[in-house]
Design a protein around this ligand. Structure first.
Ligand SMILES: Cc1cc2nc3c(=O)[nH]c(=O)nc-3n(C[C@H](O)[C@H](O)[C@H](O)COP(=O)(O)OP(=O)(O)OC[C@H]3O[C@@H](n4cnc5c(N)ncnc54)[C@H](O)[C@@H]3O)c2cc1C
Length: 469
């Protein structure tokens, strides 16, 4: 079996890894990456003793695919958790306030810290409490936006101060466009089981605490993990092991056309060559997949091209520690107030080994939902971010600034996303060994991309094996 993988991001590399270990016998893998490096949005830079992540900086441990892959690659010993005690803030109502203990992305799992937090006004808290008596709102089979659903149940305060900064921060889009069913299906399940989201969350909190007590454990700890050498270590290890397994990995090579041959394809590359393959993984993202499927699977192509793409920018700044009036120990904050950034991560406080001891390393995020600033030229962007950090932290000039722009790169899972994906898959039914994979369709988190890349590779190869048998 010969498998083509389009895209050398984490999805494509994970798909290739699955293929060289396939239970149907190792497949011959051709992976093509249009750019000059592997990793896609995973991009770690080592410079001047700093470890800079231009894209993702971590993954969640409660989705096991990344940890499992690390184990298979012999990287488990390099997995690190966040440093020290996790302190995260929200800048709301003009000041940095600690995130209430037990606060999830939207809902509290402990009542008292929520009742006493200064992040919400008393009126906002009372309105959130109305959720306790409201009947169920969702209609089975009808998707809605996370924002509309939460506003109806818990009020506008909780949406503005918690849901939008937290969920919007992860998905690069506002909660009023994001799909409840694609992004937070657990909220639908909670309403169905408990009616009130507050009651559901508090019950889950009590259960988690009693499980921990029964197990003699301490606090829940941070769910975030990365590697001593940054997320780039995972990419490097995958590339090394794939090459060792005989996979053909090509940089600076673009797939320009896919021509169906039975259930496989003839693959046209931009160097003019044509490669015959039995199965295809489309892991190049929304635009790439929509373009390549335009002729062989037009319904699929038009469904995918309806997935909007968000632009985001990460500004990394290094400061001498002495530039701050007080030591920076917080792992970062999210902005619930008007600001030119949506939040920061203090990488040097959050992770070991990101910067020398006398340096503070900060990542600031400028998603497009902030408006004009996200599209501003680099000078204006830098000065807005530096000025804001100076105002909040009292920091002087940074010693290093790096700007990583991700233009129209982050798929937005808007209302109806699951239906869009189902339409895209149905449009590929005549080519069952061609599989869409990765952040464009089934989850943007690194573990989701790994799990999906592997699953789609297994499906493509099992289909191809049946055809070849
Ligand atoms: C700023 C930022 C921060 C993030 N933070 C986190 C985080 O902390 N944790 C987390 O879990 N997730 C995070 N994410 C999300 C996560 O990084 C991405 O969803 C994931 O890396 C996407 O991987 P992918 O392989 O699906 O796509 P990509 O990484 O986009 O890879 C696709 C690759 O395909 C190549 N390609 C496209 N078309 C072709 C073609 N025709 N021929 C050949 N090659 C082609 C592209 O060059 C690219 O390298 C973040 C994303 C961004 C942008």
């Amino acid at each position: 079996m010969r498998l083509l993988v389009i895209g050398g991001g984490i999805t494509g590399l994970a798909a290739a890894w699955e293929a060289v270990r396939s239970s149907n016998g190792p497949a011959e893998v051709l992976l093509v990456e249009a750019s000059g490096r592997f990793g896609g949005k995973v991009h770690t830079e080592h410079t001047d003793g700093l470890l800079i992540e231009h894209g993702p900086d971590s993954f969640v441990a409660y989705r096991p695919a990344a940890l499992q892959l690390a184990e298979e690659l012999g990287l488990s010993g390099d997995v690190i958790s966040t440093s020290g005690t996790r302190t995260v803030h929200l800048r709301a109502r003009g000041r940095l306030q600690p995130m209430p203990a037990g606060m999830g992305m939207v809902l509290p799992s402990r009542l008292w810290p929520f009742v006493t937090t200064g992040i919400l006004s008393p009126a906002d808290k009372l309105r959130a409490g109305v959720d306790l008596v409201l009947p169920r709102r969702l209609v089975a089979g009808e998707d809605t936006s996370i924002g509309a659903f939460l506003r109806a149940r818990l009020g506008a305060g909780i949406v503005r101060r918690f849901a939008d900064p937290m969920i919007g921060g992860i998905y690069g889009a506002g909660v009023d466009e994001l799909s409840l069913d694609a992004v937070l299906p657990s909220l639908r399940a909670d309403e169905l089981a408990h009616r009130s989201l507050m009651l559901a969350s508090l019950a889950q909190g009590r259960k988690a605490r009693s499980n921990r007590t029964a197990a003699g454990g301490r606090g829940p700890g941070s769910p975030f993990r990365t590697f001593t050498g940054g997320l780039g270590s995972l990419v490097d290890a995958l590339v090394d092991r794939l090459v060792a397994a005989g996979a053909d990995l090509r940089l600076n090579t673009c797939v320009t056309e896919l021509r169906p041959t039975g259930q496989g394809a003839d693959v046209l590359l931009d160097d003019g060559s044509v490669e015959p393959v039995d199965a295809v993984i489309l892991a190049g993202g929304v635009t790439s997949s929509a373009d390549l499927l335009a002729v062989p699977a037009p319904e699929s192509s038009s469904a995918i091209s309806g997935i909007p793409l968000a632009t985001s920018t990460v500004v990394t700044l290094a400061y001498p520690a002495a530039a701050f009036t007080t030591p920076v120990t917080s792992h970062g904050w999210l902005e619930a107030d008007h600001a030119p950034i949506s939040g920061i991560t203090v990488s040097s406080a959050k992770w070991a080994g990101r910067a020398p001891a006398d340096t503070v390393l900060i990542r600031a995020f400028v998603p497009e939902r902030l408006g004009a600033i996200a599209l501003a030229d680099e000078e204006e962007l830098r000065s807005a971010v530096i000025g804001h950090l100076a105002a909040v932290l009292g920091a002087a000039e940074p010693s290093l600034v790096r700007v990583a722009r991700w233009p129209a790169m982050m798929p937005k899972y808007i209302v109806g996303h699951l239906e869009t994906v189902a339409t895209a898959e149905a449009g590929l039914a005549h080519l069952p060994n061609w599989r869409l994979a990765g952040s464009a369709v089934r989850g943007v988190g690194v573990p989701d991309c790994i799990a999906d890349g592997r699953r789609q590779a297994a499906l493509a190869l099992s289909g191809a094996a049946r055809v070849g048998a």
